[in-house]
Design a protein. Structure first.
Ligand code: HEC
Length: 228
């Protein structure tokens, strides 16, 4: 294994941890809703994604409990012990579902959809040179993320990419498959994937100059990567 591959693996783990910790933070924040608004913690940029998680978790628990109670009532007619058993079962189910959400894929269905090219997609068109210049600035911009990272934090001088980066787009990317269920990704979709996953942020507006700029800059990065 080359050091590059090891580093990519490390970065992938890091991104996973980030993806899991943001929803968890939000769940905690939502539990103390008053404290949230007072401290302004509700301004977590990826709140939409995290909220989805929190909601499904809450739903998992609620469903589990409700089911347990209903079953318990039914059985209670026969014997008192039935109630206890059924309730226990219900709760366990709820917890298991909640855990699955938190430890599982980590990305909400809405976000999985949001990183895919929309129907009738018309990318922003501009002069390639000025797009590349803007793209380089954005590549180093930590304000694009919710966690203080810039693309450059992971990808300076061709670092952090797997070998698939040399392939013509669209192509298979491990993170696209494992976290977003995509068999193939276009380069602009890859930018959106890294915006959502390692950067813990929102996808860029599909028609925006920013997305076109980052995509053009990444195209140049790919050329450099191929010639390394
Ligand atoms: C926390 C680290 C991290 C940050 C920050 C990050 N990425 Fe990535 N990026 C990765 C990892 C890990 C991979 C390898 C994914 C794989 O191969 O499964 C990757 C892969 C890529 C690829 C190549 C995928 C391929 O094989 O074709 C592109 C392009 C990319 N990132 C763009 C960006 C852009 C643009 C940003 C900023 C918006 C960004 N990345 C921010 C971790 C990061």
């Amino acid at each position: 294994m080359s050091t590059d591959t090891n580093r990519t693996e490390l970065l992938r783990k890091l991104s996973r941890n980030l993806m899991v910790s943001v929803p968890v933070m939000t769940v905690v924040a939502m539990a103390g809703a008053t404290a949230v608004s007072d401290n302004g913690f509700s301004l977590i940029p990826s709140a939409e994604a995290a909220q989805g998680e929190a909601e499904s978790e809450a739903k998992g628990e609620a469903e589990g409990e409700a089911k347990g109670e209903a079953e318990g009532e039914g059985e209670a007619k026969g014997e008192a012990e039935g109630e206890g058993e059924a309730e226990g079962e219900g709760e366990a189910e709820g917890e298991a579902e909640g855990e699955g959400e938190a430890e599982g894929e980590g990305v909400s269905e809405a976000m999985k959809q949001a990183v895919r090219r929309p129907e009738g997609y018309q990318p922003y068109e501009g002069d390639a040179d000025s797009l590349a210049k803007k793209g380089e600035t954005l590549f180093n911009d930590t304000t694009l993320s919710s966690n203080g990272l810039a693309c450059a934090t992971c990808h300076t001088n061709g670092a952090g990419y797997a070998d698939t980066f040399s392939n013509d787009y669209p192509h298979f990317v491990a993170m696209g498959k494992s976290d977003f269920g995509m068999d193939m990704v276009h380069l602009d979709e890859m930018v959106q994937i890294c915006m959502v996953a390692p950067m813990a942020s929102q996808p860029l507006d599909w028609a925006s100059e920013e997305l076109a700029a980052l995509t053009e800059y990444m195209r140049i990065e790919q050329e450099k990567f191929r010639n390394k």
